[in-house]
Design a protein around this ligand. Sequence first.
Ligand code: F6R
Length: 605
Amino acid sequence: MCGIIGYTGPLAAKNVLLNGLSQLEYRGYDSAGIAFFGADQKVHVLKTVGKVARLRDLCAGIQEEIHCGIGHTRWATHGGVTAENAHPHQAGRVTMIHNGIIENYHQLTADFELEEKLISQTDTEVAARVLDALYDGDPLASLRRFQPLLKGSYSFCILFSDHPGEIYALRNVSPLVAAYTHSGSIVASDLTALIPYTKKYVVVPEDRVVKMTPYRMAFYDENGHEIQPEILEVNWDTDAAMKNGFPHFMLKEIHEQPDAMKNTILPRLTRGLPDFSEDGIPDQIFADCSQIRIVACGTAMHAGMVARAIMEPLLRIPVLVSVASEFRYEDPLVDSRTLAIVISQSGETIDTLAALRLSKKLGASVLSVVNVKGSTIARESDYVLYTHAGPEIAVASTKAYSVQLAALYMIICRMALVRGKMTEQDGCAFMSDLLDVIPAMESMIQRKEEIRQLVRPLVDKPDAFFIGRNLDYAFSLEGALKLKEISYIHADAYAAGELKHGTIALIADQVPVVALATQDRIFSKTISNVREVKARGAYVILIAKESAAVDEGLADVCIRIPDLHDRFTVFPIAVVLQLIAYYASLLKGLDVDQPRNLAKSVTVE
Ligand code: F6R
């Protein structure tokens, strides 16, 4: 939530900041602003409600050469979407941008007697005023006094008006990456803003202060001693964070799924079986556990639901999936024989991180499935299985979901082998089935025009229902989430057998029902439920395997997916459900990549 960037160096800072903000905009897009040192060596601020494009217009009037500045794109937490609440915030000699939440801002307001002085409703302005009150002309020393006063999550970029050309940055929990290049020093919420300038970067260590000048970037610990953080290298390039001819990132990312799957699976296959030795994940964690707790949010949690539906019957140990924001407060039964599997694309979701920390505290081994290298969740986990989807920019997760599933399927297979629930021959067959899903996904992507056409009857409807049993139910959850978040059609998923216990009251003439019936074992049961909704007038879109016998008139539309083993149908289905949501949003003329009220990376509770 919120994207921040700072740059000082020989390049035109206005472009670096605005281009960086465009890359970071998926993190929040309520309002945007920049602050910079002008030719007069004074700090100037420009900010506006709305997206980065509007800020860009506002900045068109800046004629002078700028070489040092900071920029922010906001997802409102404290205070509404107004120009006053937009960042940067200024107090005396301090100009600040912030990503995160300062939880004790009330206390700080009282302690520093700020009530009468505040112009905005933001916690950030409180932080800026506190820092200004502490500021004695020495930025590093003042920041050392400032940091212990703060409770909450934050990453800040700060200009001190009496230190032109310098930027200071610090963080706790909220992400911040930095790089010093021959074109100056740059810091940002994530790598997408850095990669046009460099592939080498550092994750700013928590509770450390970064001092950036055009010639150097230095990191200081709490005693003011300089430290050398580890330099990492990103393995994707600028193209990966561009639309490359696609009208939206979401469509591009849907198309990238087959490659993302290959990148995630193939390097980890040895003689046809999953091999995590390069990832440093020992078999012991799979052998020793007596229960598995999967924790994640949103789409990542839905991937966990699919994994659970396969894991428990196969491994014969309890597997529970929890929404991370609930897990923290439900006093979970976790002990040293628990394997906690934490799933997160961004690796920064605050609730998931808190669940990870709690699991570790209770003695569990934590294995995370993460897409962003070096992210907080990855760094704090005992073991990490990286998915290799590359950057996911569209707010609606697509390729990250598929590769999370791929990674989880590999974990299932490895675990079944280690625990003697699969022979090597079974394991090879399982992995071969997993690889077979890649052409199946490709074939569904190629049929996107067909899906666009069948979505038309949905777009003017206020509601839609997704139904399925067992694994199909787990897939439905993701289909409903995808549709509602980008098309704003109210959509809910139900276990098909559960409908008649209440929800069927909502099924009336032409109400859309997307029915998933891809599990051979329970196909006829699901079809009975389809008949029930059809009998009440529903407009039924049925998704079934190629060879499934579907009676004439049962559904208004039937989408056939390739004949795969039941466990693997999720992959082509994911593509179909993503395309349904994509075209519904597109046909309604909505902002597909940046739906209202959302942000890509949820770093506030
Ligand atoms: C929905 C979506 C979200 C995320 C959720 C978790 O399309 O993207 O539901 O899946 O916010 O995010 P990560 O995986 O970054 O922890």
